[in-house]
Design a protein around this ligand. Structure first.
Ligand SMILES: C[S@@+](CC[C@H](N)C(=O)[O-])C[C@H]1O[C@@H](n2cnc3c(N)ncnc32)[C@H](O)[C@@H]1O
Length: 298
């Protein structure tokens, strides 16, 4: 049953939506969808069976209860069931629709077609089991930041996408005119998903290099450094990767960092500044934020 998926259903107080979303994303779920059920909210999320054992699911249910307790809400009710790949795909597909991000992008699930009058840059995505459908605030903030950065500085750029997931940011950067993107992810499922999405979006492999790994691999591939870095991973991972990211940066390199909770923004900024970075802008959505950084001028 290597291709089975857990469908996790959480019935909770509507005010807990963000907390439940955060828990599920943090747990590793790649798709979440909500529906109102009378006065409650039903949140569904999916994770490959190989990524979660029964004990993990039980722990998740306890965390959700603990979150509700701390926030003073009734306990959510969680249950889960295994579905085969086909059922998962059709269940997930029912919930995921075409969406606009920023002023330029249209995110289109692989099985749908963009509207005929569409003027936007279309990113076709089949996320497989990787993170990056465009529904998460951090992905949206990164795409919007890339749009701002690359629209105002359109000259060809070499960009690194660290933690590429489905490849959504790497593909977005190419569509905005980046000359070459190097995408890496430690998860082989993400690497496969990015490869499929490169093909789906008809992107020349010469423009989008995809490798399993992290910044160390990028340093070998691009010893001269990059013009831009986009990295949507968790704050703790970004902080740990910064010494290597610094080696990837030239004096003019800019960065877009997300996966950072608003409450962690100050801690990340405090780490960045002594390492020669300036936080040029901070964008928030829900409880998440995105930092636009550049090398500090002496
Ligand atoms: C939140 S997802 C971001 C996916 C996509 N870039 C987006 O913005 O939607 C983070 C990704 O980083 C990967 N990752 C986690 N730690 C990593 C590391 N140290 N180096 C590279 N990738 C990592 C995970 O496997 C996951 O695919």
């Amino acid at each position: 049953m290597s291709n089975s998926w857990w469908e996790i259903t959480v019935l909770c107080e509507p005010s807990l939506e963000e907390t439940v979303f955060w828990r599920l994303e943090d747990f590793g779920c790649s798709g979440t969808a909500t529906a109102k059920k009378q006065s409650s909210l039903e949140v569904k999320a999916y994770i490959p069976e190989i990524k979660a054992q029964l004990l993990d699911l039980e722990a998740l249910s306890l965390w959700l209860k603990q979150d509700a307790l701390i926030l003073g809400f009734p306990e959510p009710v969680s249950h889960w069931q295994l579905m085969d790949e086909e059922d998962w795909a059709s269940s997930w597909k029912q919930h995921w629709q075409i969406s606009e991000i920023g002023d330029r992008f249209l995110i289109c699930p692989a099985w749908l077609n963009p509207p005929e009058n569409n003027q936007r840059l279309v990113i076709k995505i089949d996320p497989g089991s990787a993170f990056g459908t465009g529904t998460h605030p951090t992905t949206q903030l990164c795409l919007e930041s890339l749009e701002m950065r690359l629209s105002s500085h359109p000259e060809p750029k070499i960009i690194a996408d660290i933690g590429c997931g489905s490849g959504i940011l790497a593909i977005g950067a190419i569509l905005l005119g980046a000359k070459k993107v190097y995408a890496v992810d430690t998860d082989p499922l993400a690497v496969n998903a990015t490869r499929s999405n490169r093909h789906l979006n008809r992107i020349n492999p010469e423009n989008l290099a995809i490798n399993q790994g992290s910044v160390e691999e990028l340093l070998e591939l691009i010893p001269d450094g990059v013009d831009g870095i986009v990295c949507n991973i968790l704050a703790e991972t970004i902080i740990a990767l910064m010494p290597e990211i610094n080696r990837l940066a030239k004096p003019t390199t800019w960065g877009i960092l997300s996966g950072i909770l608003v409450t962690q923004a100050q801690a990340v900024t405090d780490i960045l500044e002594p390492q020669g970075w300036t936080v040029a802008a901070l964008w928030k959505r829900q409880e998440w934020c995105c930092l636009q950084i550049r090398r500090a001028l002496d």
